[in-house]
Design a binder for this molecule. Structure first.
Ligand code: P6P
Length: 341
């Protein structure tokens, strides 16, 4: 039986891998893991307590706010405030940035955290996997009160990213630029334990993940790619299978393990797609590249996209490199995407 390595032990062992290793980043990851355990506890009993359903509020995305969205957001903000390593938060649940380096404990904080505290929460009420997604940046200004410009950094500046998936088991998956590692929560000891070291996505796969309910509104390049996926061709192992959970973290995680592609393209009423760049597309793109995969908007690398506003959206094609490039080929031929200069 190989020795069990907890997330805490792993962080300490790998601390020297991190260019800014002074312990602060390690504490930041631990802060996120603490909040994840608290959220996990509530997600797992959501059907038993009055935490299901909607608050009656609508967030900046125009989406109904779920009680568990609010709870998760509060837990991650509280953990980051208490930990003292984070100076600024961008959250899907908050219209504006949350500066938190005005307290004694956070006055020297060096990290910006962009987070979707509970992605896919509409699935909670029907007991389908949901997740948390986060991206971590170093702050731009050495000192002083944190400002919004520190949240509008290019994906290329990201120093770490990860997600927590609250599914059949709860996993903490993250990367600091040296590969992707997955930790499974052992509830009996309350620790995330290394279960998926050095995760890498298969070069190709047989699964495509897209909301085909929007098919008639898809760009022609996407329509042509879907027909390619559905054609019978033994030489290229087709037809593929369609798998769509409607929870990005769950769809992403399955594809990371099995190989596949997830696409949320421009569609009716969402010309830039639905998913947000800062706290969904960018962190997932960072992870997929660290795992050997690819992520683009159909042409441009996601991590190179200009970041201009907190809740901006982007079309996303993400997953196995060969599959993303195949889809990009159809987009180039039938629905060319504007190249970023
Ligand atoms: P649709 C959940 O609301 C989410 O943000 C992602 O987790 C998911 O991939 C997507 O939206 C699902 O959107 O339009 O297919 O319901």
């Amino acid at each position: 039986m190989p020795q069990m390595i907890t997330l805490g032990q792993f962080i300490i062992e790998k601390q020297t891998d991190f260019p800014f290793a002074k312990g602060g980043f390690s504490r930041l990851i631990r802060d996120l893991a603490i909040a994840a355990k608290i959220v996990n506890r509530e997600v797992n009993k959501a059907g038993l307590v009055n935490i299901l359903g909607e608050t009656g509020d609508t967030n900046i995305q125009g989406e109904q706010v779920k009680k568990l969205d609010v709870f998760a957001n509060e837990q991650f903000i509280a953990a980051l405030k208490a930990g003292g390593e984070c100076c600024l938060i961008v959250s899907e649940e908050n219209d504006h940035v949350i500066p938190i380096n005005n307290s004694e404990i956070s006055k020297d904080a060096k990290y910006v955290v962009c987070i979707d505290p509970l992605d896919g929460s509409s699935n909670i009420d029907v007991n389908v996997s949901v997740g948390t997604i986060f991206a971590i940046y170093r702050r731009i200004h050495e000192t002083g009160f944190s400002t919004e410009d520190e949240a509008l950094q290019s994906g290329r500046e990201m120093v770490a990213a990860g997600y927590i998936i609250y599914g059949s088991s709860t996993m903490f998956v993250y990367s600091t630029g040296k590969g992707v590692n997955g930790f499974t929560l052992d509830p009996s000891i309350g620790e995330f334990c290394l279960s998926h070291p050095q995760m890498s996505i298969p070069e190709t796969g047989k699964l495509y993940s897209i909301n085909e309910g929007n098919y008639i509104h898809f760009p022609d390049g996407v329509k042509k790619y879907l027909k390619y996926c559905q054609e019978i061709d033994d030489a290229t192992n087709r037809p593929y299978s369609s798998r769509y959970i409607g929870s990005m973290v769950a769809d992403f995680h399955r594809n990371l393990l099995k190989g596949g592609i997830f696409i949320y393209p421009s569609t009716y009423g969402a010309e830039n797609g639905k998913l947000r760049l800062i706290y969904e597309c960018n962190p997932m793109a960072y992870l997929i590249e660290q795992a050997g995969g690819k992520a683009s908007d159909g042409l441009n690398r996601i991590l190179d996209l200009p970041v201009t506003s907190l809740h901006q959206r982007s079309p996303i094609f993400i997953g196995s490199k060969a599959m993303v490039e195949q889809a990009e080929g159809f987009m180039a031929e039938f629905s060319p995407v504007t190249p970023i200069v």
